[in-house]
Design a protein around this ligand. Sequence first.
Ligand SMILES: [Zn+2]
Length: 246
Amino acid sequence: MNINPVYLYSDNPSKSLNIHKVIESLAKLNIHSEFKGNFFEYLKLNSNEQQVLYNEISQTLIEDIEREKYRLGTISANPNTNNKVLYDGFLFTGVVNKYFMSNLHRSLNNIHIIFTDRLLCTFENKRYHARVILMGQPTFISTSGLVEAPAKPREYYFLKAQFIAAGKKLEQLDEYFSGQYVKYNDPKTTDILVSYTLQSIFYELTGKPFCSNNKCCLFNSHWQKDVLEIQYKAKLCKQHQKLLDY
Ligand SMILES: [Zn+2]
């Protein structure tokens, strides 16, 4: 399959993500990718335009996790990324997409992927949920979302409530469950995100990002356990490998 170069950008992702290693892994699959630096610098906005953009982004912040954001508020938050802050993912990507289209119109045949630490959420089942990946042009892949979005073991949530009630430190809980979920700055981050990058590439190429085979890194994992097994290996099934080789 002939794939146009994939453009990768950063938006302050976790330091544990090595984008150059992602490029090497994609190259082994004959996918050429290039790192273009910080996405918001790449847009080359003047300071006025930048201020407008930051204001628009701050209006996508979630105020109440149980109330979907329809009306844009007027929050004067700072535009710096902060992984404790939650964004309405669709509103956020809508804002970015507008700037993306007006600035990068010449490279619309390329796939654009931004690695961020922002927690991008979507509203489902009465509350906002964090997401690892929001596909589109550009696609966002969140290193914080990788930690927060896939579900941890059920016992974790049970014990967490007990720990909080007893005033105990959650670090002990993390120690107890060590290796069972992805942590912030986890050394496994890079390999895992190669798989999410491939999901985004297959989505652009075929319209289908996922695979039903739970040995394939395009499998849509909902549990941390599956992410650590399937996405960490970053292996495609025969059928998807064939599609690339064709
Ligand atoms: Zn597959």
